[in-house]
Write a protein that binds this ligand. Structure first.
Ligand code: PLP
Length: 389
């Protein structure tokens, strides 16, 4: 590594962690190593596998450049890079839960995580139970002798409930379980899971690290206690990612700090303004003082990103669709964290506990890097169309 990460600021780490230019003729960026086969000098080395790289699925210099950079941000013992954010959820779960185990998952979870748990994990004999995102230390009441993993995501997908991660980690650890967290919303810049007791931090690097809506990738970072098992699971499943995607995410990481600051500022400006708009009943953004979990967010997070939801003031799907169809700058598309603004209708029909009680339909907004005045005028068009629907 080019810097001593324990002593430098976050933007210095984003700019310099991972690869050392001196290792490759001084070129600032690392080479993109396309590799399956790695040659060994002799049969003895083959038998012992005693060399840094042994096969393409197990790691390459390109993969190391990214994973070491992520370690510098997460404070982790090791990181794996996998083909999507969803794979960053499924691979650690497959690695750490077994038939007969009890798995606790927050009810405000990203829907495909729920789908994986309810289909494949249940088929494999895992007992899956959902819990209230606001349960805090009360999670202790749900932990059973066979609970091995408590899965968290904070703030929750689409409705942005903030979880009391330190309290949940304390209860999980007291019972011998580990805690995993999908930290995609905050990134390790605005919340460092391992510093708050999390064992495994998950990131859909597709979002802010990649930043341009053109790459799928996930990272999973583990503390010392979980790293060896996570890496073995990764090698066993063969879920490595392609070197070009890995390189693109490392490239994105270098500018993530400045992009995130812009997303944060524009999203907060728009969120505050939306609170004043007559067509909006509620703005679900944890950095707003009106959000029920604002105090918890303020205690644990040091920033907010660019995605949040609004609740329209009454109406149903007709008004929701009218709002979306009127948008000209916001694109209608899934994912977030890219440079462009997006809007999606929120569906909460999969929730079993955190159903909420909302005055109207919900819409999720991803605030991109466009000019705020243009985005506000686009949203006004949406609100007008919803009011007239
Ligand atoms: C919170 C969260 N986790 C994970 C993912 C999955 O990421 P990917 O799209 O790279 O599979 C998403 C995608 O929207 C997400 O919102």
């Amino acid at each position: 590594m080019a810097t001593d990460d324990s002593k430098t600021g976050i933007n210095t780490r984003l700019a310099h962690s991972g690869n050392n230019p001196r290792d490759y003729f001084g070129f600032v960026n690392p080479p993109v190593v396309h590799a399956s086969t790695v040659l060994y000098p002799d049969a003895a080395a083959m038998a012992s596998r005693n060399q840094k790289y042994t096969y393409g699925t197990r790691g390459t210099p390109t993969m190391d450049a990214l994973t070491l950079a992520v370690d510098a941000l997460e404070g982790s013992a090791g990181t794996i890079a996998v083909p999507s954010g969803l794979a960053a959820v499924t691979i650690p779960l497959l690695t750490f839960v077994s038939a007969g185990d009890h798995l606790l998952i927050v009810d405000s979870i990203y829907h495909p995580t729920r789908n994986f748990a309810d289909t494949m994990l249940k088929r494999l004999g895992v007992e899956v139970e959902y819990y209230d995102p606001r349960i805090g230390a009360g999670i202790a009441r749900l932990i059973k002798p066979n609970t091995t993993v408590v899965f968290t995501e904070s703030p929750g997908s689409n409705t942005y409930e903030v979880q009391d991660i330190p309290a949940i980690a304390k209860a999980a650890h007291a019972a011998g379980a580990i805690i995993m967290m999908d930290n995609t919303w905050a990134t390790p810049l605005y919340f460092k899971p391992l510093d708050h007791g999390v064992d495994i931090s998950i990131h859909a690097a597709t979002k802010y690290p990649a930043g341009h809506s053109d790459v799928l990738l996930g990272t999973v970072s583990a503390n010392e206690a979980c790293w060896k098992k996570l890496y073995e699971g990764f090698c066993t499943l063969g879920c490595c990612s392609g070197p070009d995607d890995v390189y693109q995410v490392l490239r994105g990481l270098r500018t993530m700090g400045v992009r995130l600051e812009h997303h944060q500022k524009s999203a907060l400006d728009i969120a505050r303004w939306l609170e004043e708009q007559p067509g909006v009943a509620e703005v679900l953004h944890p950095a707003l003082p009106s959000h029920p979990d604002h105090a918890l967010w303020k205690r644990d997070f040091c920033g907010s990103s660019g995605v949040f939801s609004i609740v329209l003031n009454g109406g149903g799907q007709k008004q929701q669709h009218a709002f979306l169809d009127a948008l000209k700058i916001f694109g209608l598309g899934y994912s977030w964290g890219g440079y462009e603004s997006l809007a999606v209708p929120v569906f909460l029909g999969d929730r079993t506990i955190a159903k909420g009680s909302y005055a109207g339909p919900l819409i999720r907004l991803q605030i991109g890097l466009e000019d705020v005045a243009d985005l506000k005028s686009d949203i006004l068009g949406g609100l007008k169309a919803a009011a007239e629907a």
